[in-house]
Design a protein around this ligand. Structure first.
Ligand code: COA
Length: 444
């Protein structure tokens, strides 16, 4: 038995919870088992009683079932459960090991912190990746924990990696220090080379594609950077995203064609950038001034809304390169436009002007240069001050419902509607309406 543990709190009396509580009590510890409803706790306790009887019948218990049961208390109050336990579960012990593994991989150049965090978030369902988590906890805290465990247990697995020590020695102890696995503060996120990113005070994340020498053509680096900026965006502050192209000639002239030659077909990976943009849980807007072609056009179509200057031109030149759009373009236009118009764009590779694009329903507005900024700001203002949860739900049910049958779509809508009725934003909206003032939505 561990000398410094005399009571263990087990949150949850379901199959796993009561199982853990039973084993821990059998090992001699005092246990507090907690669940949200008295009925769950009682049921869990009943299961333990039954199981202990069975074990006793088979002579598998060293003491009486009653003696083991006497060490188990139950509650529905989480605070009480944890307060009573002299040592709640030591998460840091587990986390420090995961973080150290990550540091080892980064140190050996096997993967970047972004790779590891994305992998564990998408692959293992972690709420945040271990590198990001480490930066919050403090790398010095993690190192100290490992050193203490190494000394106390003698176990090799707690030996901190060289890279973790190096980071701490270099003062990169995490978010509070301005840098850890990641950079914080002025250099937040990372230094992008192909995009400019600004988070405005009103919650607009403004992303500018900046490769003017190539008419903002999308190369692999730019696509990776867009994915990175969206995946690391803080949803508490970001209320909407706007994409635009630097310079006055193009939104983007498409995928960088200089990167096409010599590419082995089976190495072509249809990039996740278009999907990441399309599925971003906040409204997105493409601000188009100039050429909007190929992959640039697909990026604009992955956004929720599009506003363009009348000088802008839209097209899919891929067919002239012996290709077809590969970032969702064929599927998006055929759903968005009439089939005849969609096929005209994809088959002929010709460009259409912004007025035609508006007429066809490809974009929301075509406006003269002089009215462009003001029109965009009117849209942005509604997006950033709108209720985040309702906007997110609207986007989700419209995107998912578009490809579902009408009954499924209506069900999605009514579920979302029901959920929104319970939000604070809904009450705020109603109160503001009654008081004849502007609502202040918090996204709750
Ligand atoms: N990839 C890489 N470079 C590109 C590019 C692209 N998609 N589009 C434009 N550029 C580069 C040009 O090569 C040129 O570079 P340079 O000055 O070193 O020669 C520069 O951007 C300016 O383009 P340029 O062609 O000189 O301008 P333009 O006004 O004569 O023509 C376009 C503009 C957009 C009509 C023309 O650049 C074009 O057709 N681009 C290719 C579009 C395309 O096929 N995209 C789809 C790829 S799937």
């Amino acid at each position: 038995m561990l000398a410094d543990v005399d009571r263990v709190a087990v949150p949850g009396a379901g199959n796993m919870g009561h199982g853990i509580a039973e084993v821990v009590a059998m090992a001699g510890y005092e246990v507090t088992m907690r669940d949200v409803e008295p009925a769950f706790v009682e049921e869990g306790y009943g299961e333990i009683e039954w199981s202990l009887e069975k074990l006793a019948e088979r002579n598998r218990l060293d003491e009486s079932p009653a003696a083991v049961l006497s060490r188990i208390e139950t509650t529905t109050d989480l605070k009480a459960a944890v307060d009573d336990a002299s040592e709640a579960f030591d998460w840091l012990r587990i986390e420090a090991r995961i973080i150290d593994e990550a540091a080892g991989l980064v140190g050996q150049g096997v993967a970047t912190p972004e790779d590891i965090d994305t992998g564990l978030r998408l692959g293992a369902g972690f709420p945040e990746g271990p590198c990001r988590r480490a930066d919050t906890l403090g790398l010095d805290t993690v190192l100290e924990k490992l050193e203490t465990l190494r000394e106390a247990t003698g176990a090799e697995r707690y030996e901190p990696s060289d890279h973790l020590r190096e980071l701490v020695e270099a003062g990169r102890t995490g978010e509070d220090a301005g840098a850890g696995f990641y950079e914080y503060g002025a250099d937040a996120g990372r230094d992008y080379t192909t995009i400019d990113v600004e988070l405005r005070n009103d919650g607009l994340l403004a992303v500018t594609l900046d490769r003017t020498e190539r008419l903002n053509a999308l190369d692999q680096n730019m696509m990776n950077e867009i994915v990175h900026v969206l995946e690391t965006a803080d949803l508490e502050t970001v209320r909407a995203v706007a994409f635009e192209g630097a310079g006055d000639r193009a939104f983007s002239a498409g995928a960088d064609v200089t990167g096409f030659a010599g590419v082995d077909p089976h190495e072509v990976e249809v990039t996740p950038v278009f999907r990441t943009v399309a599925e971003f849980p906040r409204p997105t807007l493409a601000k188009i001034d100039g050429y909007c072609l190929g992959g640039g056009h697909e990026l604009a179509l992955a956004c929720d809304l599009r506003i363009a200057t009348t000088d802008s031109e839209f097209g899919f030149p891929e067919i002239d390169l012996g290709l077809i759009p590969g970032g969702g373009g064929t599927q998006r236009v055929v759903r968005m436009l009439t089939e005849a118009r969609a096929k005209e764009l994809v088959f002929r590779g010709n460009r259409i002007d912004a007025d035609t694009a508006e007429d066809w329903g490809l974009i929301n507005r075509a406006v003269p240069e002089a009215e462009f900024e003001a029109t965009v700001e009117e849209f942005v203002d509604d997006l950033v001050s709108g209720p985040p949860v309702a906007l997110r739900k609207a986007k989700q049910v419209m995107d998912e419902g578009r490809d579902a049958d009408i009954d499924a779509g209506l069900r999605m809508e009514s579920q979302a509607f029901g959920l929104l009725l319970s939000t604070e934003d809904m009450s705020e909206g109603a109160e503001a309406f009654t008081a004849d003032r502007d609502p202040e939505f918090e996204g709750r």
